[in-house]
Design a protein around this ligand. Structure first.
Ligand SMILES: [Ca+2]
Length: 248
């Protein structure tokens, strides 16, 4: 039997379907034997539901934290505010503010003057007990303007976790390019060890100059760790959801 003998035959009359009814399903002929491609739409529906359920487990989870940097009080009604969200620890120096953008409302704006690459960030301490042994997804909308070329791939725009465990510190992130780009969604995954002591979210710039904006920063709990290796995974490129992982 060869594939050449497989002929789809759409002329054998209707197959009455138990779910949708009245829709013709094609039949296949293999040699002298004939069979239906699908026994019923019920089977198709069940498979589709299972696939959707499996995909949901890959990229959706309980939202633990979300920051959109929008003002919360009457004091914030104005042209400009500089107050960081509750719990965030701003770094020293200028160049950190919550500023209004043209297309995303208020956002975190981090700026370092051209010609003087340096470090500037804010950090948020995530309660370790809340994420211990969990898989986390961190995502944010990021915009860049005039970011100088990072000296190393891991420098530059930082949307990163610092995971401190006994004898080991991990820095999972998605590496990002320099230059200019409009709002894009960055995301990465991280596995939090059972013995974690401290976890920080860090947003800012490292070893570069230029301007970066951060908005709609979300940390999701994807559930308990399903595997031990790799301990960190991150997306290899922009905007590809949670399907194509690259081990850092
Ligand atoms: Ca916003």
């Amino acid at each position: 039997m060869t594939w050449k003998k497989i002929v789809l035959n759409f002329s054998r009359g209707p197959v009455i379907l138990p779910v949708l009814g009245g829709i013709k399903l094609p039949r296949a002929t293999v040699g002298h034997r004939e069979f239906r491609l699908c026994r019923s739409w019920s089977f198709v529906v069940v498979v589709a539901v299972l696939v959707l359920w499996a995909c949901r487990g890959l990229d959706a989870g309980e939202v633990l934290f979300r920051w959109d940097f929008e003002p919360q009080g009457v004091d914030s009604v104005g042209e400009r505010i500089s107050t960081m969200p509750d719990g965030f620890q701003p770094g020293q120096g200028d160049g950190l503010e919550i500023a209004k953008t043209a297309d995303r409302g208020w956002a975190l704006h981090v700026s370092i003057p051209a010609g003087a690459p340096g470090h500037r960030n804010i950090r948020y301490m995530i309660p370790a007990d809340r994420v211990r042994g969990k898989r986390l997804k961190v995502s944010a909308n990021i915009k860049a303007q005039g970011i100088s070329q990072p000296p190393n791939p891991w420098n530059g725009i930082k949307c990163m976790l610092q995971i401190v465990s006994p004898g080991e510190t991990q820095w999972p992130q998605q590496n990002m390019p320099g230059g200019d780009f409009d709002w894009r969604r960055a995301s990465f995954l991280a596995v939090i060890p059972d013995d974690v002591e401290r976890v920080f979210l860090i947003l800012g710039l490292e070893n570069v100059s230029g301007d970066a904006w951060f908005d709609d920063v979300v940390i999701e709990d994807l559930g308990a760790e399903r595997y031990r290796q790799p301990r960190q995974v991150s997306l290899s490129s922009w905007d590809i959801g949670c399907r194509d992982y690259a081990v850092q």
